[in-house]
Write a protein that binds this ligand. Structure first.
Ligand SMILES: *Cc1c(COP(=O)(O)O)cnc(C)c1O
Length: 349
């Protein structure tokens, strides 16, 4: 099927008509000692944070773009990827008119944001092995469908979504396919960023919250064509990524080897833990995971959740999600935390 992708036809009319807000700091982004800044009504006394942040996060974007082998113009940064997901709704989905498709069981924010933005959410369940039903998704698409959200590796199931299936959607859907790669750094799978040039309707989101150990600074990453990024840039709040976040992210990314080392440790702990969990007699299944968590099926999730909580271990009960009855989602902790988890589970037998 040939995909006559037309970005212009997807953008909401009010967004198309807008000029981006131009902030004072847009005109002079480099804070230099030689210049006197009387343009933004800032406080002139230096506290380290008295100036507005760079609204385009140029230094941070240069580092992130280099690490991903792309250009800065393919990047938009947000206050967590949750802000980026919200911007996608606001740029492309007309409230009370347009719709999106999600594929549960998956990340809950897509549905929440659809609700907030008054956009209809059509759900097409995954298969029992948590893969896409491509024919069902294609059937659910109509002229109001603007976005399809695919989470890979998927939360809460942990598996990656088959790339042939995603390719098929990218090739046939005339809206945007948003691939949430929050857990990509724990996976052996290639990032979809590598094929950005092949698909004008591809949007990838990533985050510093998980593998990069910076959930507290809130930095989300959107990677897409320059044209899509330009639309999002038009509507993003000018100072959505604050100075402290930009500075801390730059500092941490300079120690990329430390970040990679922690990722490797989490992956090896996950492999160890997934074997050990199978030895617990009330754990029936440990799902294969490309992420930093394991979804386990137990005899009675409510009971086991309560028992774990009483022992001071907090996990997530995912039993209300479709096809996830009696499942607990367990994040991989430090080696000593994982050991404690194992001891507590054994004592619960
Ligand atoms: C944790 C998570 C995120 C991260 O969101 P941030 O707002 O960047 O912290 C995004 N998507 C999925 C699927 C997640 O599990």
């Amino acid at each position: 099927m040939r995909n006559n992708f037309n970005l212009d036809a997807l953008v909401r009319p009010n967004v198309k008509a807008m000029e981006p807000y131009s902030s004072a700091r847009d005109e002079f982004t480099e804070i230099s000692d030689d210049l006197v800044y009387l343009d933004a009504n800032e406080n002139p006394f230096n506290t380290g944070v008295n100036r507005y942040p760079d609204p385009h996060q140029q230094k941070l974007k240069t580092i992130l773009a280099k690490q991903r082998g792309i250009n800065s113009s393919n990047l938009l940064l947000g206050n967590g990827s949750d802000e980026i997901l919200d911007l996608l709704f606001r740029a492309f989905c007309e409230p009370k008119t347009d719709s999106i498709i999600t594929v549960p069981p998956t990340y809950g924010m897509y549905k929440v944001l659809a609700g907030v933005n008054a956009v209809r959410n059509k759900e097409v369940l995954l298969t029992s092995s948590f893969q896409l039903i491509v024919a069902g998704i294609l059937e659910a698409i109509d002229e109001t469908t603007k976005l399809i959200f695919i989470c890979s590796p998927n939360n809460p199931t942990g598996n990656s979504i088959a790339s042939e299936d995603i390719q098929q959607l990218l090739a046939s859907f005339r809206g945007l396919v948003v691939i949430d790669e929050a857990y990509i750094d724990f996976s052996k799978q290639q990032s979809w960023v590598n094929v950005l040039d092949e698909y004008p309707n591809l949007v990838v989101t990533q985050t510093l919250s998980k593998a990069y150990a910076m959930a507290g600074i809130r930095l989300g990453i959107c990677i897409a064509s320059e044209a899509i990024i330009a639309v999002l840039r038009k509507i993003k709040p000018p100072y959505n990524v604050n100075t402290l976040t930009q500075e801390r992210a730059i500092a941490e990314l300079e120690s990329i080897n430390d970040i990679k080392e922690r990722i490797h440790l989490i992956i090896s702990e996950k492999e160890l833990l997934s074997k050990q969990l199978l030895e617990v007699n009330f754990i029936q299944d440990v799902l294969p995971s490309d992420a930093n968590f394991l979804l386990v099926r137990v005899d009675d999730a409510n009971k086991r959740y309560t028992e774990l909580t009483q022992q001071g271990i907090i996990v997530r009960n995912r039993s209300t999600q479709p096809m996830c009855d009696n499942t607990l989602r367990i994040t991989i902790g430090t080696p000593s935390e994982n050991k404690r988890l194992r001891t507590v589970l054994k004592n619960m037998e």
